[in-house]
Each structure stands twice: as C-alpha cells, then as structure tokens.
Design a protein around this ligand. Structure first.
Ligand code: 5AD
Ligand code: SF4
Length: 477
C-alpha cells in the first residue's frame, strides 16, 4: 500500500466524466441484456451507505428493480468495508455461498466494490481464488459504474478496475435516496490522519474537499426535492476546505448551509478532536439548524495509547473540548467511537478510557475491539490477548448502557421534535424517528406523519431508545 502525499492544486467536479457516464446509462437502458434485478449489500460506514445510494440510483435509472432475494438477483453487489477483519471474512463467506446459486442462475453477475477492493492482498486473493466474481471496482472510480457495467456485458470475462488514488471529484450522477426527506452529502473524501490502527487513509486516499458552491448547489436541489434533514459526510470534517483554491473552514460552510431556506436540520460526521476549532464550537451554539449533537471519537482515554495511535491529543484536551461544547450548547448530546484492545493496552490504560466515559457520560458510542489490519503501523506492535480485550469490552458496554439509560430518563415527560422515518414492520401506525439530539423514538402516529417534524412527548426510555405519544394526545390526557 503506497502512502502518497499528492496534494491537489484544485479540485474539479468532473462534468465531462459525468456526461460520459450518463451516455453509458442511456445505452444501458436501450440494451436488452442489462440486469433486470439487483441486490446490494452495504457494509461499514455512512460513506459506503451513500455510495450504495449512488449505485442504486444508476441501476434504477437503467430500469433494474430491487430483488427480494439475493439468490435470485441478476446483479449482486457487495459494497465492502475493511476497517475490521470480520467484515472481510463475511464477504468471503458470502461469495462461497453464492457460488452454487450462480451455477443455477447463469444470468447472475457478482460485483464487489468499496474499501476492501483497494487492498492489494485482498485483490490478489479474489483474483486467484474467487472466479465467481465478475466485476471489481474500487472507491476512487465508483462513478464509472455505468461504463464498467457496459464493459462487463460486452465481454465474456471478468472486469477489474481499481485505481490507487484520484484527486478529481466526480459527482452529479443519479442517486436514489433511502428516505425522501433526509439525505447525505459528501463534503470531502479521503483522510490524511494515519491513525496507526486504521486502514482508511490507505484505501480512501488523500484528503480532498468539494468546492462549497457544489455542496451548496446539491443541498439546495435536495431541499427543492423535499429534503428536510441533511447529513454532511467526511472522514474528518473539521479539516474541510483547507486545501481548496479558495480555502474555507467547516464552520463557514455550516453557516452557508444553515442559510438555505426550507432546510430544517443539519447533521455532520465525523470530527477529529485534534482539529475541533473554537470557531466550530461557536457555530454549533449559533446556527439554529445544526442539531445539538456532536460525534467526537475518543478511541482511548489513555494518553500513552493516544500517542501510540497517532491521535495528536490527550485526555485533558478531549475533556476540554467536551467542556467547551457543553458551554456553547448546554444540552448537547455527545457520542463517540472507542477501541478496546489496541496493541499494548493494559488494564490501567483501559481504566483511563472508562474514566473518560464516566466523566463525559456519552449518550451513545460505537465500540470496537481492535482488529489488526495488515499494512498499518499498529499491526507490527505487540498485540494483546483476545480474552482480556473481550472482558474489558463487556465492562465498557455495561458502563455505556447504564449511562445511556440514565441519560435517557431525563427526557421522560419532555416534548421533543421527531422526524418520523419508518413505520414498524408489524404495525403501520407505529412510527420511529430521531430527535434533534439523535435519539431514536418510537410512537404511535400514522403514515401521513412520515417525513414531518412531529412533537412527541416521551413516556418511557431505555438505554437505546425512547417511546412517546403524539403531543396532542399528551395534552388531552
Ligand atoms: N480496529 C478496530 N476499530 C477500528 N476503527 C478503525 N480502525 C479500526 C481497527 N483497526 C474504528 C475507529 C473509528 C471507527 C470508524 O472505526 O473507532 O473511529
Ligand atoms: Fe481512520 Fe483516523 Fe482517518 Fe478516522 S481520522 S479515518 S480513524 S485514520
């Protein structure tokens, strides 16, 4: 895996490229042998989820429909993640499973894309031992999917297209949103941080930001299309805009997005504590559409491990950021990412993590047992025994769920605004959605409320979700 330090002098949204892809889509629509059904499996983070929306957009545009069953689909796509090893094992397992179905259904094509494809070892293994895979592409050329699909249909063999890195940003392709009223928008790609455990910088390439005018145009057109909630996505949004021809900060971008009429809620992910600026904290307090929720990955509470992880902050800095965020937005909800079992982690290191968890009292956390990723610096460090990490991990989960439960109790009796997203599978009058603080709420309403900001009075809370009633009912009682 080559670590390159190419810096873009400027970034252009490739309209010429987008035009070529649209032409390929038009040709695919005309031919009779394009896939009629598809089944897509998305692993990993929000970025991948958003990439899958783009793939689905293209497939629906050429007339393909989602297949209920993976085994019966003409095109099966795995959009993979390589952050942890078990997600990779799952892909190999599924490929084995699909092999027999492919024999029965000769129309079936299998495509793989996403971060795993950017790993040379993985690619070699797939080429050598998994002949059932027909199409492989990576993270830098996802936008070429229409042309690649065409090539696949024209050729007898398999099609492989992986690029090491890409500075240009190509957008403006059809994408299908999972929800009509909320959408994600990429503001930057790649990561330059090289945390020692993480493979992302190697597979997603160097950090590059989209121009603000392109982001704003996309948000405006989404809002015109009925979107109320936007999530801005990047691996490290706090360093947004630094390398643009006309540099701009993330706080300035938020300010401009906040000014878009008709937009109701703005969320963003992910922030690195080392780059969290006073300017952004002030913007959080000032901008009315920015949700009072901040996801601030801690990873570890131990200064020694934070150094070994190459995180560029210590526990005191992290706690200071939390204090400032709470001063700016008093009831802000805080969520985090934590890794247990990083190489060399002792019980004392782990207790420092627990110490931060108790001090901050996170509303929610994504917790991970360290997974050794070949090619990263931490893979060469002395690993810790799995049983020890497992025990610490359980202890961490117990602390987080106790704190989550206690935090959520404070909402009981309060009325909150929920954006209902889905009806329950078993009961169409049961809706679920999220509050501005990003808590999951279930309540009885009706389909007509989907996508409408709705006042709900919380009646009960568990560690992970809350239940409530429509405010009118609460008032009537
Ligand atoms: N092992 C475990 N967790 C990891 N993460 C990233 N790399 C690894 C790894 N090798 C976690 C970090 C990051 C989140 C997206 O995934 O906590 O914030
Ligand atoms: Fe990985 Fe660190 Fe970049 Fe996040 S900031 S993607 S953890 S290298």
């Amino acid at each position: 895996m080559g670590r390159q330090n190419l810096r873009p002098s400027y970034i252009e949204e490739g309209t010429e490229e987008a035009r070529r892809q649209r032409e390929a889509i038009a040709r695919l629509k005309e031919r009779g042998d394009a896939p009629a059904t598809y089944y897509i499996v998305t692993m990993g983070c929000q970025m991948n989820a958003h990439d899958s929306e783009k793939l689905v957009g293209i497939l629906e545009e050429i007339g393909a429909v989602a297949s209920e069953k993976e085994e019966e689909a003409d095109l099966v796509i795995y959009n993979t993640c390589c952050v942890r090893e078990n997600a990779e094992q799952k892909v190999y397992g599924r490929l084995g499973y699909l092999k027999s179905f492919k024999k029965k259904n000769p129309r079936m094509k299998i495509a793989l894309c996403g971060c795993m494809m950017q790993e040379k070892l993985v690619l070699n293994k797939l080429l050598k031992s998994y002949p059932q895979v027909d199409l492989i592409f990576g993270t830098h050329n996802l936008y070429r999917f229409p042309e690649l699909l065409e090539t696949l249909l024209d050729s007898q063999g398999r099609v492989i297209d992986i690029w090491e890195d890409k500075q240009e940003i190509v957008e403006d392709l059809p994408s299908i949103r999972k929800y009509p009223f909320k959408a994600s928008v990429n503001i930057m790609y790649g990561c330059d941080n090289f945390c020692t455990y993480c493979i992302v910088p190697y597979v997603r390439g160097r950090e590059r930001s989209r121009r603000p005018e392109n982001i704003l145009a996309e948000v405006r057109s989404l809002v015109a299309d009925g979107v109320k909630e936007i999530q801005l996505l990047g691996q490290n949004v706090n360093s947004y805009g630094k390398n643009l021809e006309n540099p701009i900060t993330f706080a300035e971008l938020l300010e401009q997005v906040n000014a878009i009429p008709g937009l109701e809620r703005i969320r963003f992910m992910t922030s690195h504590p080392k780059d969290l600026s006073p300017e952004l904290i002030a913007a959080m307090g000032r901008l009315d559409k920015v949700c009072p929720h901040f996801h601030l990955p801690l990873q570890s509470g131990s200064d020694r491990l934070l150094r070994a992880m190459n995180r560029h902050y210590d526990q005191a800095h992290y706690l200071d950021m939390v204090k400032r965020l709470r001063e700016a937005v008093p009831d802000i909800s805080l969520t985090t990412d934590i890794i247990v079992g990083f190489p060399g982690e002792t019980r004392e290191d782990f207790l420092e993590t627990l110490n931060v968890v108790e001090k901050v009292r996170f509303d929610n956390a994504f917790t991970f047992i360290y997974s050794r990723r070949e090619g990263t610096p931490a893979a060469q460090m002395p690993q810790v025994p799995a049983e020890e990490s497992k025990r610490n991990f359980e202890e961490l989960l117990a602390a987080l769920s106790r704190i989550g439960y206690e935090n959520n109790q404070k909402w009981v009796g309060r009325t909150v605004w929920v954006l209902p997203e889905e009806t329950s599978k078993n009961d169409a009058s049961m809706l679920s959605g999220r509050t501005a603080h990003n808590q999951l709420v279930h309540f009885t309403g009706g389909r007509h409320l989907l996508g409408q900001l709705t006042p709900v009075t919380i009646t009960e809370a568990t560690a992970f979700y809350m239940t409530g009633v429509l405010e009118e009912e609460a008032v009537r009682e």
